[in-house]
Design a binder for this molecule. Structure first.
Ligand code: PLP
Length: 495
Protein backbone atom coordinates (compact mmCIF):
# COMPACT_ATOMS: atom_id res chain seq x y z
CA UNK A 1 0.00 0.00 0.00
CA UNK A 2 1.49 3.33 -1.01
CA UNK A 3 1.64 6.19 1.44
CA UNK A 4 1.46 9.82 0.48
CA UNK A 5 2.52 12.99 2.13
CA UNK A 6 -0.13 15.61 2.81
CA UNK A 7 -0.33 18.12 -0.01
CA UNK A 8 -0.04 21.84 0.75
CA UNK A 9 -3.16 23.24 2.35
CA UNK A 10 -4.85 26.08 0.61
CA UNK A 11 -6.06 28.90 2.81
CA UNK A 12 -9.24 30.60 1.78
CA UNK A 13 -11.21 33.41 3.35
CA UNK A 14 -14.89 32.84 4.05
CA UNK A 15 -16.74 34.46 1.24
CA UNK A 16 -20.07 36.04 2.02
CA UNK A 17 -22.64 36.62 -0.66
CA UNK A 18 -25.51 38.98 -0.31
CA UNK A 19 -28.40 36.93 -1.58
CA UNK A 20 -31.10 38.31 0.66
CA UNK A 21 -32.93 39.68 -2.37
CA UNK A 22 -33.62 36.17 -3.70
CA UNK A 23 -37.05 34.73 -3.00
CA UNK A 24 -37.46 31.29 -1.48
CA UNK A 25 -38.63 29.98 -4.80
CA UNK A 26 -35.50 31.21 -6.56
CA UNK A 27 -33.51 29.79 -3.70
CA UNK A 28 -34.87 26.36 -4.52
CA UNK A 29 -35.19 26.27 -8.24
CA UNK A 30 -32.91 28.63 -10.09
CA UNK A 31 -30.92 26.65 -12.66
CA UNK A 32 -27.84 24.82 -11.67
CA UNK A 33 -24.74 26.79 -12.54
CA UNK A 34 -22.96 26.56 -15.87
CA UNK A 35 -19.85 24.76 -15.07
CA UNK A 36 -16.24 24.99 -16.09
CA UNK A 37 -15.33 21.96 -18.18
CA UNK A 38 -12.13 20.86 -16.46
CA UNK A 39 -12.14 19.54 -12.95
CA UNK A 40 -9.10 20.31 -10.83
CA UNK A 41 -7.21 17.35 -9.50
CA UNK A 42 -4.46 17.75 -6.95
CA UNK A 43 -0.99 16.48 -7.80
CA UNK A 44 -1.31 13.97 -4.97
CA UNK A 45 -4.23 12.27 -6.64
CA UNK A 46 -2.78 12.46 -10.11
CA UNK A 47 0.30 10.62 -9.01
CA UNK A 48 -1.71 7.64 -7.86
CA UNK A 49 -1.89 4.97 -10.58
CA UNK A 50 -5.22 3.84 -9.16
CA UNK A 51 -6.72 6.99 -10.66
CA UNK A 52 -5.75 5.73 -14.10
CA UNK A 53 -4.13 7.47 -17.04
CA UNK A 54 -6.98 9.74 -17.77
CA UNK A 55 -7.74 11.09 -14.31
CA UNK A 56 -6.14 14.44 -15.15
CA UNK A 57 -8.55 14.96 -17.97
CA UNK A 58 -11.79 13.83 -16.44
CA UNK A 59 -14.63 15.73 -17.93
CA UNK A 60 -18.23 15.80 -16.94
CA UNK A 61 -20.28 14.06 -19.55
CA UNK A 62 -22.22 16.70 -21.37
CA UNK A 63 -25.97 16.48 -21.02
CA UNK A 64 -26.98 14.62 -24.18
CA UNK A 65 -29.51 16.29 -26.40
CA UNK A 66 -32.41 13.92 -26.30
CA UNK A 67 -34.91 14.02 -29.03
CA UNK A 68 -37.32 12.05 -26.93
CA UNK A 69 -37.75 12.37 -23.21
CA UNK A 70 -38.64 9.53 -20.91
CA UNK A 71 -42.31 8.60 -21.13
CA UNK A 72 -44.72 7.94 -18.25
CA UNK A 73 -44.76 4.24 -19.03
CA UNK A 74 -40.95 4.12 -19.08
CA UNK A 75 -40.91 5.83 -15.69
CA UNK A 76 -43.28 3.25 -14.27
CA UNK A 77 -41.12 0.48 -15.74
CA UNK A 78 -38.02 1.95 -14.08
CA UNK A 79 -39.76 1.60 -10.72
CA UNK A 80 -41.54 -1.68 -11.40
CA UNK A 81 -39.65 -3.26 -8.50
CA UNK A 82 -41.66 -1.14 -6.03
CA UNK A 83 -44.18 -3.28 -4.16
CA UNK A 84 -47.45 -2.90 -5.97
CA UNK A 85 -50.54 -1.62 -4.18
CA UNK A 86 -48.59 0.69 -1.87
CA UNK A 87 -49.10 4.44 -2.06
CA UNK A 88 -45.49 5.31 -1.54
CA UNK A 89 -45.60 8.98 -0.68
CA UNK A 90 -42.55 8.95 1.54
CA UNK A 91 -39.64 9.28 -0.83
CA UNK A 92 -38.11 11.57 1.79
CA UNK A 93 -37.12 8.83 4.22
CA UNK A 94 -35.22 6.36 2.08
CA UNK A 95 -35.34 7.65 -1.49
CA UNK A 96 -35.74 5.39 -4.51
CA UNK A 97 -33.58 3.96 -7.25
CA UNK A 98 -34.65 3.23 -10.85
CA UNK A 99 -34.08 -0.16 -12.47
CA UNK A 100 -31.51 1.13 -14.96
CA UNK A 101 -29.33 2.45 -12.13
CA UNK A 102 -29.72 -0.80 -10.21
CA UNK A 103 -28.59 -2.67 -13.34
CA UNK A 104 -25.52 -0.44 -13.60
CA UNK A 105 -24.79 -1.06 -9.93
CA UNK A 106 -24.95 -4.80 -10.49
CA UNK A 107 -22.35 -4.47 -13.25
CA UNK A 108 -19.96 -2.68 -10.88
CA UNK A 109 -20.50 -5.34 -8.25
CA UNK A 110 -19.75 -8.11 -10.75
CA UNK A 111 -16.70 -6.28 -12.03
CA UNK A 112 -15.31 -6.33 -8.51
CA UNK A 113 -16.17 -9.96 -7.93
CA UNK A 114 -14.72 -11.06 -11.28
CA UNK A 115 -11.23 -9.66 -10.60
CA UNK A 116 -10.95 -7.91 -7.23
CA UNK A 117 -7.25 -7.11 -7.44
CA UNK A 118 -7.49 -5.51 -10.84
CA UNK A 119 -10.58 -3.64 -9.69
CA UNK A 120 -8.83 -2.33 -6.61
CA UNK A 121 -5.63 -1.27 -8.39
CA UNK A 122 -7.02 0.00 -11.67
CA UNK A 123 -10.69 0.80 -11.44
CA UNK A 124 -12.03 1.75 -8.05
CA UNK A 125 -10.27 5.01 -7.30
CA UNK A 126 -10.64 6.17 -10.91
CA UNK A 127 -14.39 5.51 -10.79
CA UNK A 128 -14.80 7.30 -7.47
CA UNK A 129 -12.83 10.27 -8.76
CA UNK A 130 -15.14 10.44 -11.76
CA UNK A 131 -18.19 10.44 -9.47
CA UNK A 132 -16.66 13.11 -7.24
CA UNK A 133 -15.91 15.23 -10.29
CA UNK A 134 -19.52 15.04 -11.41
CA UNK A 135 -20.69 16.06 -7.94
CA UNK A 136 -18.13 18.86 -7.76
CA UNK A 137 -19.50 20.33 -10.99
CA UNK A 138 -23.13 19.86 -10.00
CA UNK A 139 -22.69 21.71 -6.70
CA UNK A 140 -20.33 24.36 -8.09
CA UNK A 141 -17.42 23.54 -5.79
CA UNK A 142 -14.03 24.99 -6.70
CA UNK A 143 -12.01 21.83 -6.47
CA UNK A 144 -12.67 18.11 -6.61
CA UNK A 145 -10.65 17.79 -3.41
CA UNK A 146 -13.44 19.61 -1.60
CA UNK A 147 -15.77 16.70 -2.35
CA UNK A 148 -15.74 13.39 -0.50
CA UNK A 149 -18.14 10.52 -1.02
CA UNK A 150 -19.37 8.90 2.17
CA UNK A 151 -22.15 6.49 3.04
CA UNK A 152 -24.80 8.90 4.18
CA UNK A 153 -25.58 12.17 5.92
CA UNK A 154 -25.15 10.48 9.29
CA UNK A 155 -21.52 9.68 8.44
CA UNK A 156 -20.98 13.21 7.15
CA UNK A 157 -22.31 14.65 10.43
CA UNK A 158 -19.98 12.36 12.41
CA UNK A 159 -17.00 13.64 10.39
CA UNK A 160 -17.87 17.27 11.06
CA UNK A 161 -18.72 16.79 14.72
CA UNK A 162 -15.72 14.61 15.51
CA UNK A 163 -13.33 17.39 14.46
CA UNK A 164 -15.25 19.81 16.70
CA UNK A 165 -15.03 17.30 19.56
CA UNK A 166 -11.28 16.94 18.97
CA UNK A 167 -10.88 20.71 19.21
CA UNK A 168 -12.58 20.68 22.60
CA UNK A 169 -10.52 17.71 23.74
CA UNK A 170 -7.29 19.33 22.55
CA UNK A 171 -8.09 22.54 24.46
CA UNK A 172 -8.45 24.62 21.29
CA UNK A 173 -12.00 25.53 22.37
CA UNK A 174 -13.11 26.58 25.82
CA UNK A 175 -15.49 24.65 27.98
CA UNK A 176 -19.03 25.88 27.37
CA UNK A 177 -18.27 27.23 23.93
CA UNK A 178 -21.18 25.90 21.97
CA UNK A 179 -22.62 24.17 18.96
CA UNK A 180 -25.86 25.67 17.69
CA UNK A 181 -28.58 23.62 16.02
CA UNK A 182 -32.28 23.77 15.22
CA UNK A 183 -34.49 22.14 17.83
CA UNK A 184 -35.73 19.75 15.14
CA UNK A 185 -32.25 18.78 13.91
CA UNK A 186 -32.13 15.15 12.81
CA UNK A 187 -31.94 12.82 15.80
CA UNK A 188 -28.69 11.18 14.62
CA UNK A 189 -27.11 14.62 14.41
CA UNK A 190 -28.30 15.47 17.93
CA UNK A 191 -26.86 12.20 19.20
CA UNK A 192 -23.57 12.91 17.43
CA UNK A 193 -23.37 16.27 19.18
CA UNK A 194 -23.97 14.44 22.45
CA UNK A 195 -21.37 11.77 21.66
CA UNK A 196 -18.61 13.97 20.29
CA UNK A 197 -19.15 17.50 21.59
CA UNK A 198 -21.02 17.54 24.88
CA UNK A 199 -18.82 14.79 26.28
CA UNK A 200 -15.78 16.86 25.39
CA UNK A 201 -17.08 19.90 27.29
CA UNK A 202 -19.06 21.81 24.66
CA UNK A 203 -22.59 23.04 25.22
CA UNK A 204 -25.57 23.08 22.86
CA UNK A 205 -27.80 25.97 21.83
CA UNK A 206 -31.18 25.04 20.35
CA UNK A 207 -32.94 27.35 17.96
CA UNK A 208 -36.69 26.83 17.76
CA UNK A 209 -37.89 26.34 14.19
CA UNK A 210 -41.22 28.14 14.00
CA UNK A 211 -43.93 25.78 12.76
CA UNK A 212 -46.39 26.24 11.16
CA UNK A 213 -44.39 28.82 9.29
CA UNK A 214 -45.19 31.27 6.54
CA UNK A 215 -42.03 33.31 5.99
CA UNK A 216 -38.23 33.12 6.06
CA UNK A 217 -38.19 36.10 8.41
CA UNK A 218 -39.78 34.05 11.19
CA UNK A 219 -36.91 31.56 10.97
CA UNK A 220 -34.26 34.26 10.71
CA UNK A 221 -35.59 36.04 13.82
CA UNK A 222 -35.43 32.84 15.91
CA UNK A 223 -31.96 32.07 14.57
CA UNK A 224 -30.65 35.49 15.57
CA UNK A 225 -32.06 34.99 19.08
CA UNK A 226 -30.26 31.64 19.36
CA UNK A 227 -26.96 33.15 18.26
CA UNK A 228 -27.22 35.90 20.85
CA UNK A 229 -27.82 33.26 23.50
CA UNK A 230 -24.77 31.33 22.26
CA UNK A 231 -22.60 34.39 22.52
CA UNK A 232 -23.76 35.42 26.00
CA UNK A 233 -21.20 35.58 28.81
CA UNK A 234 -18.34 35.83 26.34
CA UNK A 235 -18.90 32.30 24.99
CA UNK A 236 -18.20 31.44 21.38
CA UNK A 237 -20.33 29.54 18.92
CA UNK A 238 -17.83 27.11 17.42
CA UNK A 239 -20.21 25.42 15.01
CA UNK A 240 -23.66 26.22 13.68
CA UNK A 241 -25.58 23.33 12.14
CA UNK A 242 -28.22 24.47 9.70
CA UNK A 243 -30.64 22.09 8.03
CA UNK A 244 -31.16 23.06 4.41
CA UNK A 245 -34.42 21.10 4.48
CA UNK A 246 -35.54 20.03 7.92
CA UNK A 247 -36.76 16.49 8.27
CA UNK A 248 -39.73 16.71 10.64
CA UNK A 249 -41.48 19.02 10.17
CA UNK A 250 -40.12 19.53 6.69
CA UNK A 251 -39.31 23.13 5.76
CA UNK A 252 -36.75 24.61 3.34
CA UNK A 253 -34.77 27.12 5.39
CA UNK A 254 -33.24 30.37 4.08
CA UNK A 255 -29.84 28.73 4.28
CA UNK A 256 -27.80 31.42 2.55
CA UNK A 257 -29.13 34.15 4.79
CA UNK A 258 -28.53 32.03 7.89
CA UNK A 259 -24.92 31.29 6.86
CA UNK A 260 -24.38 35.00 6.21
CA UNK A 261 -25.68 35.84 9.70
CA UNK A 262 -23.30 33.26 11.18
CA UNK A 263 -20.38 34.98 9.44
CA UNK A 264 -21.49 38.39 10.68
CA UNK A 265 -21.82 37.07 14.21
CA UNK A 266 -18.39 35.44 14.27
CA UNK A 267 -19.44 31.78 14.31
CA UNK A 268 -16.30 29.69 13.71
CA UNK A 269 -17.69 27.04 11.35
CA UNK A 270 -20.99 26.34 9.62
CA UNK A 271 -22.22 22.88 8.65
CA UNK A 272 -25.27 22.60 6.44
CA UNK A 273 -27.05 19.31 6.92
CA UNK A 274 -28.67 19.08 3.52
CA UNK A 275 -29.60 15.39 3.64
CA UNK A 276 -32.64 16.01 1.42
CA UNK A 277 -31.20 18.67 -0.86
CA UNK A 278 -29.53 17.10 -3.90
CA UNK A 279 -32.23 16.56 -6.51
CA UNK A 280 -34.90 18.48 -4.65
CA UNK A 281 -33.45 21.98 -4.34
CA UNK A 282 -30.76 23.81 -6.20
CA UNK A 283 -27.35 23.38 -4.58
CA UNK A 284 -24.55 25.90 -5.09
CA UNK A 285 -22.04 25.51 -2.30
CA UNK A 286 -20.17 28.68 -3.22
CA UNK A 287 -23.29 30.79 -2.95
CA UNK A 288 -24.33 29.11 0.27
CA UNK A 289 -20.88 29.78 1.69
CA UNK A 290 -20.78 27.16 4.48
CA UNK A 291 -17.63 25.35 5.57
CA UNK A 292 -19.31 21.96 5.31
CA UNK A 293 -22.30 20.91 3.24
CA UNK A 294 -23.58 17.34 3.05
CA UNK A 295 -26.34 15.81 1.01
CA UNK A 296 -27.49 12.28 0.44
CA UNK A 297 -27.61 11.13 -3.16
CA UNK A 298 -29.82 8.14 -2.38
CA UNK A 299 -32.81 10.25 -1.30
CA UNK A 300 -33.66 12.51 -4.25
CA UNK A 301 -30.82 11.85 -6.72
CA UNK A 302 -31.79 8.29 -7.67
CA UNK A 303 -28.66 6.58 -6.35
CA UNK A 304 -28.97 3.24 -4.58
CA UNK A 305 -28.49 3.18 -0.82
CA UNK A 306 -26.27 4.48 0.27
CA UNK A 307 -24.15 7.40 -0.85
CA UNK A 308 -23.78 11.02 0.14
CA UNK A 309 -21.27 13.74 -0.55
CA UNK A 310 -19.59 15.92 2.01
CA UNK A 311 -18.27 19.22 0.72
CA UNK A 312 -15.50 20.68 2.89
CA UNK A 313 -14.40 24.14 1.91
CA UNK A 314 -10.62 24.29 1.90
CA UNK A 315 -9.46 25.96 5.08
CA UNK A 316 -6.52 25.84 7.37
CA UNK A 317 -8.30 23.21 9.48
CA UNK A 318 -8.79 20.71 6.63
CA UNK A 319 -6.15 18.41 8.09
CA UNK A 320 -8.26 18.11 11.24
CA UNK A 321 -11.08 16.45 9.32
CA UNK A 322 -11.02 12.66 9.10
CA UNK A 323 -13.25 9.76 8.22
CA UNK A 324 -14.44 7.98 11.38
CA UNK A 325 -13.28 4.65 9.92
CA UNK A 326 -9.49 4.68 9.89
CA UNK A 327 -7.87 2.73 7.04
CA UNK A 328 -4.48 2.63 5.30
CA UNK A 329 -5.43 5.95 3.78
CA UNK A 330 -5.58 7.83 7.09
CA UNK A 331 -3.84 11.19 6.73
CA UNK A 332 -4.20 11.39 2.95
CA UNK A 333 -7.05 13.87 3.00
CA UNK A 334 -10.73 13.19 3.56
CA UNK A 335 -11.62 12.35 -0.07
CA UNK A 336 -8.97 9.61 -0.19
CA UNK A 337 -9.67 8.38 3.33
CA UNK A 338 -13.35 8.10 2.37
CA UNK A 339 -12.57 6.30 -0.91
CA UNK A 340 -11.15 3.35 0.98
CA UNK A 341 -12.60 2.39 4.33
CA UNK A 342 -11.73 -1.27 3.97
CA UNK A 343 -13.10 -4.02 1.77
CA UNK A 344 -16.77 -3.46 1.04
CA UNK A 345 -19.20 -2.68 -1.76
CA UNK A 346 -18.42 0.73 -3.29
CA UNK A 347 -20.91 0.36 -6.15
CA UNK A 348 -23.33 3.02 -4.88
CA UNK A 349 -20.53 5.58 -5.21
CA UNK A 350 -19.52 4.33 -8.64
CA UNK A 351 -23.00 4.49 -10.05
CA UNK A 352 -23.45 8.28 -9.74
CA UNK A 353 -22.84 8.79 -13.52
CA UNK A 354 -25.67 6.34 -14.26
CA UNK A 355 -28.01 8.20 -11.90
CA UNK A 356 -27.18 11.40 -13.76
CA UNK A 357 -27.87 9.67 -17.07
CA UNK A 358 -31.29 8.66 -15.78
CA UNK A 359 -31.97 12.22 -14.61
CA UNK A 360 -31.00 13.63 -17.98
CA UNK A 361 -33.69 11.58 -19.69
CA UNK A 362 -36.20 14.01 -18.16
CA UNK A 363 -37.10 17.28 -19.79
CA UNK A 364 -35.03 19.94 -18.04
CA UNK A 365 -32.84 17.33 -16.32
CA UNK A 366 -32.60 17.75 -12.56
CA UNK A 367 -34.16 21.22 -12.69
CA UNK A 368 -37.13 19.81 -14.56
CA UNK A 369 -37.58 17.02 -12.04
CA UNK A 370 -37.37 19.42 -9.09
CA UNK A 371 -39.89 21.79 -10.62
CA UNK A 372 -42.32 19.05 -11.47
CA UNK A 373 -42.05 17.41 -8.04
CA UNK A 374 -42.52 20.74 -6.31
CA UNK A 375 -45.57 21.71 -8.35
CA UNK A 376 -47.13 18.30 -7.89
CA UNK A 377 -46.53 18.07 -4.15
CA UNK A 378 -48.03 21.53 -3.64
CA UNK A 379 -51.04 20.60 -5.75
CA UNK A 380 -51.56 17.35 -3.85
CA UNK A 381 -50.97 19.04 -0.49
CA UNK A 382 -53.61 21.63 -1.25
CA UNK A 383 -56.03 18.97 -2.42
CA UNK A 384 -55.59 17.06 0.87
CA UNK A 385 -55.85 20.16 3.06
CA UNK A 386 -59.03 21.17 1.29
CA UNK A 387 -60.57 17.75 1.71
CA UNK A 388 -59.67 17.64 5.42
CA UNK A 389 -60.50 21.27 6.20
CA UNK A 390 -56.93 22.04 7.29
CA UNK A 391 -53.93 23.98 6.00
CA UNK A 392 -50.39 23.44 4.80
CA UNK A 393 -47.79 23.68 7.55
CA UNK A 394 -45.45 25.87 5.52
CA UNK A 395 -46.06 28.15 2.59
CA UNK A 396 -45.39 26.45 -0.77
CA UNK A 397 -42.28 28.58 -1.36
CA UNK A 398 -40.78 27.02 1.76
CA UNK A 399 -41.09 23.47 0.53
CA UNK A 400 -39.29 21.43 -2.09
CA UNK A 401 -40.56 17.97 -3.01
CA UNK A 402 -42.07 17.38 0.44
CA UNK A 403 -44.84 19.33 2.11
CA UNK A 404 -46.57 19.21 5.48
CA UNK A 405 -50.37 18.87 5.42
CA UNK A 406 -52.41 19.47 8.58
CA UNK A 407 -54.43 16.44 9.70
CA UNK A 408 -57.94 16.98 11.05
CA UNK A 409 -58.02 17.77 14.78
CA UNK A 410 -60.80 15.18 15.19
CA UNK A 411 -58.15 12.46 14.87
CA UNK A 412 -56.90 13.53 18.32
CA UNK A 413 -53.23 12.79 17.77
CA UNK A 414 -51.85 13.80 21.17
CA UNK A 415 -48.33 12.40 21.24
CA UNK A 416 -45.43 11.12 19.18
CA UNK A 417 -46.64 7.59 19.89
CA UNK A 418 -50.09 8.42 18.53
CA UNK A 419 -48.44 9.74 15.37
CA UNK A 420 -46.46 6.53 14.96
CA UNK A 421 -49.56 4.38 15.55
CA UNK A 422 -51.46 6.31 12.91
CA UNK A 423 -48.58 5.87 10.48
CA UNK A 424 -48.48 2.11 11.11
CA UNK A 425 -52.27 1.89 10.76
CA UNK A 426 -52.16 3.64 7.40
CA UNK A 427 -49.48 1.22 6.24
CA UNK A 428 -51.08 -2.00 7.39
CA UNK A 429 -54.74 -1.19 6.77
CA UNK A 430 -54.66 1.11 3.77
CA UNK A 431 -51.33 0.46 2.04
CA UNK A 432 -50.27 4.09 2.49
CA UNK A 433 -46.70 4.91 3.47
CA UNK A 434 -46.48 8.41 4.92
CA UNK A 435 -44.69 9.86 7.98
CA UNK A 436 -46.83 11.69 10.54
CA UNK A 437 -45.51 14.60 12.56
CA UNK A 438 -46.90 15.35 16.01
CA UNK A 439 -46.84 19.08 16.70
CA UNK A 440 -46.64 19.59 20.43
CA UNK A 441 -48.11 22.91 21.54
CA UNK A 442 -45.53 25.24 23.00
CA UNK A 443 -45.90 27.54 25.99
CA UNK A 444 -47.85 30.64 25.16
CA UNK A 445 -48.58 29.52 21.62
CA UNK A 446 -52.07 28.85 20.44
CA UNK A 447 -51.23 26.80 17.34
CA UNK A 448 -53.38 26.43 14.27
CA UNK A 449 -57.00 25.35 14.48
CA UNK A 450 -59.46 23.74 12.11
CA UNK A 451 -63.24 23.90 12.68
CA UNK A 452 -63.10 21.35 15.48
CA UNK A 453 -59.99 22.28 17.43
CA UNK A 454 -56.22 22.45 17.52
CA UNK A 455 -54.32 20.86 14.60
CA UNK A 456 -51.79 18.65 16.37
CA UNK A 457 -50.52 16.47 13.52
CA UNK A 458 -49.26 16.83 9.97
CA UNK A 459 -48.67 14.32 7.20
CA UNK A 460 -45.35 14.81 5.40
CA UNK A 461 -46.08 13.96 1.81
CA UNK A 462 -43.34 13.52 -0.81
CA UNK A 463 -43.57 13.59 -4.57
CA UNK A 464 -41.09 11.75 -6.75
CA UNK A 465 -41.31 11.00 -10.48
CA UNK A 466 -43.00 7.63 -9.94
CA UNK A 467 -45.93 9.04 -7.93
CA UNK A 468 -49.39 9.51 -9.39
CA UNK A 469 -52.45 11.35 -8.04
CA UNK A 470 -53.96 8.02 -7.05
CA UNK A 471 -51.36 7.67 -4.28
CA UNK A 472 -52.59 10.87 -2.62
CA UNK A 473 -56.27 10.04 -3.14
CA UNK A 474 -55.60 6.85 -1.22
CA UNK A 475 -54.27 8.84 1.74
CA UNK A 476 -57.15 11.31 1.51
CA UNK A 477 -59.73 8.54 1.54
CA UNK A 478 -58.02 6.63 4.33
CA UNK A 479 -58.11 9.66 6.65
CA UNK A 480 -61.69 10.46 5.67
CA UNK A 481 -62.70 6.88 6.43
CA UNK A 482 -61.11 7.14 9.86
CA UNK A 483 -63.06 10.33 10.48
CA UNK A 484 -66.27 8.56 9.44
CA UNK A 485 -65.51 5.85 12.01
CA UNK A 486 -64.50 7.72 15.15
CA UNK A 487 -64.55 4.45 17.14
CA UNK A 488 -61.74 3.05 14.98
CA UNK A 489 -59.72 6.24 15.32
CA UNK A 490 -60.27 6.30 19.10
CA UNK A 491 -59.38 2.63 19.45
CA UNK A 492 -56.30 3.05 17.31
CA UNK A 493 -54.95 5.95 19.31
CA UNK A 494 -55.88 4.42 22.69
CA UNK A 495 -53.96 1.20 21.96
C1 PLP B 1 -32.03 16.40 8.03
C2 PLP B 1 -31.48 15.00 7.99
N1 PLP B 1 -30.21 14.78 8.36
C3 PLP B 1 -29.66 13.57 8.32
C4 PLP B 1 -30.38 12.48 7.90
C5 PLP B 1 -29.73 11.12 7.89
O1 PLP B 1 -29.69 10.58 6.62
P1 PLP B 1 -29.10 9.11 6.45
O2 PLP B 1 -30.01 8.19 7.19
O3 PLP B 1 -29.10 8.84 5.00
O4 PLP B 1 -27.76 9.14 7.05
C6 PLP B 1 -31.72 12.64 7.51
C7 PLP B 1 -32.52 11.50 7.07
O5 PLP B 1 -33.64 11.57 6.73
C8 PLP B 1 -32.27 13.94 7.56
O6 PLP B 1 -33.54 14.15 7.22
Amino acid sequence: MTHYSLGPLLLSKHTVFDTSALSSFERCFRSLPNLPPKPQVTPMENEDPRNGESSRHHQVTKKPRLTQFITESEIQKEFAHHQSGIARINNGSFGSCPGSVLAAQRKWQLKFLQQPDDFYFNTLRKGILHSRTLVKDLINADDVDEVSLVDNATTAAAIVLQQIGRSFADGKFHENDSVLMLHCAYEAVKKSIQAYVTRAGGSVIEVQLPFPVTSDEEIIAEFRKGLQKGKSNGRKVRLAIIDHITSMPSVVTPVRELVKICREEGVDQVFVDAAHAMGSVRVDVKEIGADFYASNLHKWFFCPPSVAFLYCKRTSSSSYVHHPVVSHEYGNGLPIESAWIGTRDYSSQLVIPSALEFINRFEGGVDGIMKRNHEKVVEMGKMLAESWGTKLGASPEMCSSMIMVGLPSRLHVMSQDDALRLRSHLRSNYGVEVPIHYQASRDGEEGWKDNDGLVTAYARISHQVYNTCVDYYKLRNAINQLLDNPQIAQKLLAE
